[in-house]
Design a protein around this ligand. Structure first.
Ligand SMILES: [Zn+2]
Length: 163
């Protein structure tokens, strides 16, 4: 099975399973490499094949996201991942509801990534790729410099089961 993995799945503690072929875009790799991660994750990333999606497919994703109303929620990286999954006829591993929504519309297979044994709740923030300012909400573009905002996991909170 071919699997495309998004950045947040990697941060959840993604692990390679069986004979799956894992693919990723270089943008996601950059996003992941810019952050601190556990040693094991770095090893895992070595196993990924880096493939860039077709520009025409990215455009198709953008149009679809506009139709579904998810465009504001998707970063350029997100759209590349959807396009890559489409191009490669792969399954996209993601917990992002907007990505899943667009996948559904484009008939791209996706799977939620459940993490390990504990559930975590992510609080998303948005960061400008130009000036690096951080925001609690998404804007079409950075109010300070006009660059694109990227979603990032601001806080992860384990949901402990008290029963
Ligand atoms: Zn900015």
């Amino acid at each position: 099975m071919k699997i495309v993995v998004d950045a947040s799945s990697l941060f959840y503690g993604f692990q390679v399973e069986g004979n799956n072929e894992y693919i990723i875009t270089s943008a996601v790799l950059d996003e992941v490499k810019g952050r601190k991660m556990k040693g094991s994750l770095e090893t895992v990333i070595e196993l990924f094949r880096i493939i860039e999606p077709n520009k025409s497919t990215i455009e198709e994703v953008r149009k679809t996201a506009k139709q579904t109303g998810d465009l504001d929620q998707l970063s350029a990286t997100d759209m590349e991942l959807i396009a890559l999954a489409k191009d490669s006829d792969a399954t996209l591993l993601t917990n992002d509801l907007s990505i899943q929504n667009v996948c559904k519309r484009m008939k791209v297979n996706y799977q939620s990534f459940g993490g390990k044994s504990i559930n975590t709740e992510i609080e998303w923030g948005y960061r400008c790729i130009g000036c690096n300012r951080k925001f609690d909400r998404s804007f079409k573009e950075c109010p300070h410099c006009g660059n694109e905002l990227k979603k990032y996991p601001k806080k992860r909170r384990p949901i402990t089961d008290s029963t």
